[in-house]
Write a protein that binds this ligand. Sequence first.
Ligand SMILES: [Zn+2]
Length: 145
Amino acid sequence: MNKGVKHKEKGDKFEGVRKKLIGMRQAILSEAKAEVDQILSEEDKYNGVSDDGDFADVAFRDAMQASKLTRHRLQLRDIEEALRKIEFGTYGICDDCEEEIPIGRLNVMPFALRCVDCQEKHEMMSSEAEETAVPLHESSEGSND
Ligand SMILES: [Zn+2]
């Protein structure tokens, strides 16, 4: 009659972090939803806009909101990834160097997927990639007649 039930310890260590992540995800989702609702409710402003100033203003605010939404989407992606890592038991391990991420860092940034060093390198690399993606000079042609 002994079925040898094992205790699931998986994720217990990070139960507090997991709750925090879920709370954060909830907060971001409801904030993002409120923003989307606002964008949708302002949509008819485009129809009634007659002068360019208004239009630019509305477009500018839309762009601001869109970038906010993009940031939320990135945050959500990290949070989902962190939650998945807790499930798989790989949470708290740096994505790049596979060293343990200090618990102090995880408490402050539960969605951190990398240690401080690797995160800095990663951010440096992605900002460099963004910069090089923008062509600096496109004026090499069209001058000879
Ligand atoms: Zn690392």
